[in-house]
Structures are given as structure tokens and as C-alpha cells.
Design a binder for this molecule. Structure first.
Ligand code: BV8
Length: 235
């Protein structure tokens, strides 16, 4: 069996009650991205940025994985070939559903990072500008990749895109780079490309399945697993 590379975005967590960014009432309609999701914004007003992420951390703490997250965990567990799961999301719902080795290319709400020495530690529920780095007493920030910063594990991601037989983008508007460029990269390497979204994002996909992720993904995983004989039935 081939290699499946999956990229998820805010849309897969929408049905778990976590806001998306660019839908109606999305996060970027309420906050100015440049103030809360850039290094300049953080250094200019760290209190505002910490309040933004404290609210997201509290929101995520109360959220539960949905059927889409669970279906992807089942695919990782039961599919005979390799499944590489990359997410732009900073919540832990893939892990809650049982996924392992998730590539969080934009970081995680559960992580804290020192803006001065680069140390990392588990983020407390609430962070303030006074929260000290446990290593150097410097300025603690959320371990999140902001605009203008290099996403994490890019080498590993491009290796996966080079091996992919199938690239699937789920619940992402394809607005933010470099993630938005992965579909073209995979296609260039000969992969088939599939988008699963409420409505087409307009990206260059071979196939598009529309509908809410919690409904569409489980059926798609069943279809993928039925191509691999002798596998466990649906959990
Ligand atoms: C970098 C962390 C360089 C914050 C995020 C070209 C042109 C212009 C600008 C650029 C460019 N190339 C690069 C840039 C700059 C920038 C960029 O792309 N800007 C955009 C706005 C054009 N990119 C960067 O800055 C990146 N870094 O380029 O670094 C560099 C080079 C060398 C050395 C150093 C640096 C860094 C980008 C990362 C920024 N951080 N997040 C946080 O999360 O708080 S981005 C942010 O957007 C989130 O991570 C989010 O995941 C991501 C993408 O959004 P989506 O997940 O797609 O969510 P969205 O709301 O947009 O869409 C939701 C989708 O779900 C919709 O399609 C909807 O239909 C669907 N949906 C809704 N409900 C459901 C559903 N689908 C299924 N079921 C449902 N129920």
C-alpha cells in the first residue's frame, strides 16, 4: 500500500466547537492577526497576545475530538501503508482521538517557548508577560509559529510530500503558506490529491469531497481501509 499524507486545518476542529479563522465569526474577524499572531505584535503588547492564547487554551481544554479526528486515528492504526499526519492546528484533538506522531507545523497551545533563550516547557493554563522562562528568567511566549516565522518540521514534511502517493487536505482554506503550497508540491511528485472541505477552497486538487468533516471522513477512511483486505472493521 502507498503513503498517505494528510494536512488538516481549523475546519476539522470546527465541529468540536473550536473557532476557525476565516469563516464567518472566525478568529481573524475578531482579532487583528498582526497584533496577536506575529512576533512584532508579541513584543509590542505581550499582555494582549497572552490573553488571546489564554482564551484559546481555555477553549481547547474544554473541547472534545470529533468523529473526523477519530476516523483519522483509525486510518493511522489500520492502514497497511504509511500515514503521515500534518496539522496546522494548535489544539490536541488529534492526540485526544488516538493519533500519534502528529506534525504540529504551527506549534501547540500546550507548549511554552522562551523568546530569549529558546527553552521549551509545558505551557501553564494561563501565561502573562511576567511568566518567567524557567531556564533564563527571560520572556515566555506561546510555542506557536506566528506569521513571518518558519513553521516546524519542514524538512520532514517535504520528505513526506516527496513520498506521497495520496495527499489529502482536510478543513483548510489554503490561504496560509507554506502549508497552502503542499498540494502542488505533492502533485509535482506524482501524488493524487484530494480535498475534503465544507466547500471547495479553490486549490488545485484532483478530487474534492464536500461536506462536514465529521460526516465525510469516516466514510472516506472506510473506503481506504476496504482497499486493504483483512483489516479490522470500523471501531
Ligand atoms: C513564513 C498560528 C517565512 C497562529 C498560523 C505569499 C503571499 C503573502 C504572504 C505570504 C506568502 N508566503 C508566505 C507568506 C506569509 C504568511 C502567509 O501565508 N500569509 C497569508 C495570510 C497570505 N506565511 C507565514 O508567515 C508563514 N511563515 O512564510 O515564514 C520564513 C522563511 C524563512 C525564514 C523564516 C520565515 C507562517 C504561517 C503560520 C502562521 N500561523 N497559526 C494560531 O493558530 O494562533 S496560521 C493560521 O492559519 C492557523 O495556523 C491556521 O491553521 C492557518 C490556516 O487556516 P485554516 O486552518 O485553513 O483555517 P481557515 O479558517 O482559514 O479555514 C477553515 C477551513 O475549514 C475553510 O476552508 C472551511 O470551509 C473549512 N471548514 C469549516 N468547517 C468545516 C470545514 N471543513 C470541513 N468540515 C467542517 N465542519
Amino acid at each position: 500500500m502507498g503513503t498517505i499524507v494528510v494536512l488538516t486545518g481549523a475546519g476539522i476542529s470546527a465541529e468540536s466547537g473550536l473557532g476557525t479563522f476565516r469563516d464567518k465569526d472566525g478568529l481573524w474577524t475578531k482579532y487583528d492577526l498582526s497584533e496577536v499572531a506575529t512576533p512584532e505584535g508579541f513584543f509590542h503588547n505581550p499582555g494582549l497576545v497572552h490573553r488571546f492564547y489564554n482564551a484559546r487554551r481555555a477553549n481547547a481544554a474544554g473541547a472534545e475530538a470529533n468523529a473526523a479526528h477519530r476516523a483519522l486515528a483509525r486510518l493511522q492504526r489500520d492502514y497497511q501503508g504509511e500515514v503521515v499526519l500534518i496539522t496546522q492546528n494548535v489544539d490536541d484533538l488529534h492526540e485526544q482521538a488516538g493519533s500519534t506522531d502528529v506534525i504540529h507545523m504551527h506549534g501547540q497551545l500546550s507548549g511554552a517557548l522562551c523568546a530569549d533563550c529558546g527553552a521549551r516547557w509545558p505551557a501553564p493554563r494561563e501565561m502573562q508577560p511576567e511568566t518567567p522562562c524557567p531556564t533564563c528568567d527571560g520572556r515566555a511566549r506561546p510555542d506557536i509559529v506566528w506569521f513571518g516565522e518558519m513553521p516546524y518540521q519542514m524538512e520532514r514534511i517535504f520528505d513526506a510530500l516527496a513520498q506521497a502517493d495520496l495527499f489529502v487536505a482536510i478543513g483548510t482554506s489554503g490561504t496560509v503558506y507554506p502549508a497552502a503550497g503542499f498540494v502542488a508540491e505533492a502533485a509535482q511528485n506524482g501524488a493524487e490529491t484530494l480535498e475534503i472541505n465544507l466547500e471547495p477552497s479553490g486549490g488545485p486538487f484532483d478530487r474534492i469531497l464536500t461536506g462536514p468533516a465529521s460526516k465525510v471522513i469516516a466514510d472516506w477512511v472506510d473506503a481506504m481501509l476496504s482497499e486493504t483486505p483483512g483489516r479490522e472493521t470500523r471501531a
